[in-house]
Design a protein around this ligand. Structure first.
Ligand SMILES: *[C@@H]1O[C@H](CO)[C@@H](O)[C@H](O)[C@H]1NC(C)=O
Ligand SMILES: *[C@@H]1O[C@H](CO)[C@@H](O)[C@H](O)[C@H]1NC(C)=O
Length: 168
């Protein structure tokens, strides 16, 4: 009886340690799988010039490798000179440093339902950036969430990016 009480207390303590926010975020970050070295972005293309005077065409094909019904993505413009890597993402898979957040979108992988907010628009505008970026490479980046791939229960993330030149 006493042993059970101790065990229960220990389990309760263990549970509350796991539930405390700071260490859990760290553990989560380490455990989360971020796939890089692939690219689902077909527009814009590498080296393309983007400017404040017109929208750039955006096309992305979700990897959808667990045959989910929907693929969630977030779209960003992030600074160069180097392409973003897994460590450019923070604990919630956002970019700690970014120039533009183009929002979160939801592709319908089966072509049956459209669920809000729906897929991204076919093009995005470019806001005026700091003049120091004129003529330099910035990256259009996409983080796709792959949810529920068996046997993993935690989501996986796929990071794609394309380097473009900001013309001002
Ligand atoms: C991650 O980055 C995004 C965008 O900068 C931000 O909104 C979010 O709060 C950040 N998450 C954490 C845990 O810092
Ligand atoms: C340019 O992109 C924005 C989204 O960034 C969109 O709201 C707007 O309709 C687009 N404009 C054109 C002319 O396609």
């Amino acid at each position: 009886m006493q042993f059970l009480t101790v065990l229960t207390t220990l389990l309760a303590l263990g549970g509350s340690v796991l539930a405390s926010p700071t260490p859990q975020n760290d553990n989560l970050h380490r455990r989360q799988k971020i796939i890089t070295g692939v690219n689902g972005i077909s527009a814009p293309t590498g080296g393309e010039t983007i400017s404040t005077t017109s929208n750039f065409t955006f096309t992305y094909k979700p990897f959808d490798y667990c045959f989910e019904d929907f693929s969630a993505v977030s779209i960003w413009l992030v600074p160069g000179p180097n392409a973003p890597t897994a460590s450019s993402l923070n604990a919630t898979q956002g970019f700690s440093q970014y120039l533009v957040a183009y929002g979160e979108w939801l592709y319908d992988d089966d072509g049956v339902y459209v669920l809000a907010p729906g897929p991204p628009p076919p093009s995005f505008s470019v806001p005026e950036l700091d003049p120091s970026y004129v003529g330099s490479t910035v990256y259009v980046a996409v983080v796709e969430i792959v949810d529920g791939c068996p046997p993993e229960s935690t989501p996986e993330y796929i990071l794609s990016s394309v380097g473009v030149v900001y013309a001002g």
